[in-house]
Design a protein around this ligand. Structure first.
Ligand code: ADP
Ligand code: MG
Length: 620
């Protein structure tokens, strides 16, 4: 019976005599260790299979532990057999006293646990890997118990994302931690999930512990005992893709506008050219004269509009030189102060270090003027405008947050006002040409479009921060040029010349007249304004003794600039005159609009250009 039992047991068994020679072995033993009964029976166990069974661990068990205890249980022995490879065995032995058969025998049971150990190790490895992934995943991960639908585990990413601590997650349902709140029947969802293996929710809203709403993708995956819930925060991604769309849109508009402005400019050149010829041919007393003048005046207005559009479209020719942003601000601050008026407190905080950037000084001044004008318009009842400059280093992480720019050093020019502010919808559009929220006649919608174009051409970028009622902050980033070579070439801004003469300023465009007056007054001049040619003559007639210079627009209603000059010369020979023209110098000369040797400054000009030119003409 004993032998029958031995034979039917599935695990390898051998029976040894007290000298450790093999008395018998079962089929499983032969099969597992690939030995034959002939090689086995009667041999010392250690000699089996070419002494492959001479295993130190086995010797110790059979010779030391067994004699002492008459048995041993579940000893793990690992050994590499040349025929069957590495085996992990659990060894059990009993000393058996056989009454009839005389001497005692040793029953040795060998359980092959190699495969089980391998699976255990793999499982452990897998669990370890899973645990590590769970802990370090950038996605939020939750494990949900399939019986109770309670959360049983939460990884650090989800804690950070939703603000709950690990204890606060455990035992809660997904809905109670702000996930899938608008799914009506979660039980039904889970049933579906178990059928299909996974369910994805894309672009849904999750609510954090503090009530903040974030955009997420949620993937539920059936994993044996648990449902794994992956939560990916896509708000950053969404932000970036809207930014991308926005900049693509701006670029497209830029191309369109640039193309139109360029062609339009050529057409205007023809209109102004032939118009001027016609104007020269028609006698001043001719009733048609007035018509031609109106045509020319309108054409010049169109020309100045195309100038602004060209600035936006970044097709403008820039005169780049390395310059200190602080000095540009410093130079123009008086003018800005005047421009914004007395009700608005004006503060300037300048970086203590030099901020050398490669810029077109006139264009940057234009940017400052446009921003200051907007700030003034945003504070009809007064407030404060703070301009500051600083050196900022941008690394790749803040680029991600902002969505634009390149890593590096920047001069940052900030304009912060305490005005009416803007809502998000408005901010989205402010840089588009012709976008304005101001009443007809007040806003052109070109100020910020120009700013955008100019800054883009300087390889910079702009950030806007504003909320309705909370003021607005514009931050302009201009890449700093720090190479020695460029620093060496750096040009000093020449000091702006001032004066105390009285100047007659004739200009029909209110905005240009205002900026020019402010610029001149800021530097000591006394300014008498006139809104058209006739007005200018009457002002001049009254005050001609004091007036040293006439600064006049070339094209004005009622009387053109050169007529004004001719008349003024008759009243006061030797009076000097500076013409402002909406068209560039070469066109004016080519078309013979102005006689040679005449002073003019082409629009748009920066207040500096004007101040320098005025001094030059006065001193000539
Ligand atoms: P405009 O000033 O002619 O309207 P802009 O391009 O300069 O054109 O500005 C576009 C719009 O941006 C303004 O109409 C206004 O709605 C908004 N805006 C610009 N600057 C500010 C500011 N500092 N505060 C509030 N809103 C502003
Ligand atoms: Mg504006």
């Amino acid at each position: 019976m004993f032998e029958d039992i031995v034979e039917t047991v599935r695990e390898p068994l051998i029976v040894l005599d007290p000298d450790l020679r093999v008395l018998s072995a079962n089929r499983s033993f032969y099969k597992s260790f690939r030995v034959t009964p002939e090689e086995t029976i009667g041999n010392l166990i250690y000699d089996l299979g070419n002494r492959q069974w001479d295993i130190p661990g086995l010797r110790k068990l059979l010779e030391e532990i067994l004699p002492e205890n008459n048995k041993f249980d579940d000893y793990e022995v690992e050994h590499i057999f040349s025929g069957v490879g590495r085996k992990i065995m659990l060894l059990n032995a009993r000393r058996i006293i056989h009454q009839e058969k005389g001497p005692q025998q040793i029953l040795l049971a060998i359980e092959d646990v190699t495969e089980r150990k391998r699976i255990e190790a793999e499982l452990k490895d897998y669990e370890e890997r899973f645990r590590r992934q769970f802990e370090t995943s950038k996605d939020g991960l939750l494990l949900v118990d399939k019986q109770t639908w309670d959360i049983v585990n939460a990884n650090p990413a989800i804690m950070k994302m939703l603000g709950h601590s690990s204890e606060e997650f455990i035992g809660k349902q997904l809905k109670n931690v702000g996930l899938l709140k608008d799914v009506q029947d979660l039980k039904e969802t889970y049933r579906e999930l178990i059928q299909s293996g996974f369910i994805n929710y894309e672009n849904v809203i999750a609510e954090t512990k503090y009530g903040q709403l974030i955009d997420v993708d949620i993937h539920l995956v059936d994993r044996a005992r648990f449902i794994q819930c992956n939560v990916r925060d896509i708000s950053e991604l969404k932000k970036l893709s809207t930014q991308l769309l926005h900049s693509q849109k701006m670029e497209a508009i830029g191309h369109l506008v640039g193309g139109i402005a360029h062609d339009f400019n050529n057409i205007l050149t023809a209109i102004i050219g032939y118009g001027s010829l016609l104007h020269n041919k028609i006698a001043a007393v001719d009733p048609l004269n007035e018509c031609v003048e109106q045509i020319l005046a309108a054409s010049y207005r169109a020309a100045s509009l195309t100038h602004s559009l060209l600035a936006y479209s970044t097709k403008q020719v820039m005169a780049m030189t390395p310059a200190d942003i602080n000095k540009i601000v410093f130079g123009i601050q008086k003018i800005l102060d005047r421009l914004i008026g007395e009700d608005i407190e004006f503060k300037v905080h300048m970086a203590s270090e030099e901020l050398i950037a490669n810029v077109d000084i006139g264009q940057i001044e234009q940017v400052l003027l446009n921003l200051a004008t907007n700030a003034r318009d945003a504070m009809p009842n007064g407030g404060a405008l703070t301009i500051s400059t600083e050196h900022v280093q941008i690394d790749s992480s803040s680029i991600q947050a902002n969505g634009h720019g390149e890593a590096g050093h920047y001069a940052v020019l900030s304009f912060a006002d305490t005005g009416v502010g803007m809502d998000e919808k408005t901010i989205e559009h402010i840089f588009e040409p012709f976008f304005t929220t101001k009443e007809v006649g007040k806003g052109t919608g070109l100020g910020l479009a120009m700013v955008y174009g100019i800054i883009k051409q300087h390889k910079g970028f702009i950030n806007v921060d504003s909320r309705p009622g909370e003021g607005a902050a514009f931050k302009i980033y201009l890449p700093l040029t720090l190479t020695k070579e460029e620093l060496f070439k750096k040009t000093e801004l020449t000091p702006v010349p001032s004066g105390n003469e009285t100047i007659l300023l004739a200009e029909d465009d209110h905005a240009i007249r205002e900026v020019s007056r402010i610029a001149l007054e800021s530097y000591g001049y006394k300014v008498l304004e006139a809104i058209n040619g006739e007005d200018a003559i009457s002002v001049f007639t009254e005050n001609n003794a004091g007036i040293k210079l006439i600064v006049t627009d070339m094209i004005m209603p009622k009387m053109l600039g050169n007529e004004l000059y001719e008349k003024a010369k008759m009243i006061k020979p030797g009076i000097k005159c500076l013409f402002m023209s909406g068209y560039s110098d070469d066109i004016i000369q080519k078309r013979g609009i102005l006689k040679e040797g005449i002073n003019f400054i082409s629009k748009p000009f920066s207040p500096y250009d004007l101040l320098r030119k005025v001094r030059e003409v006065l001193d000539s």
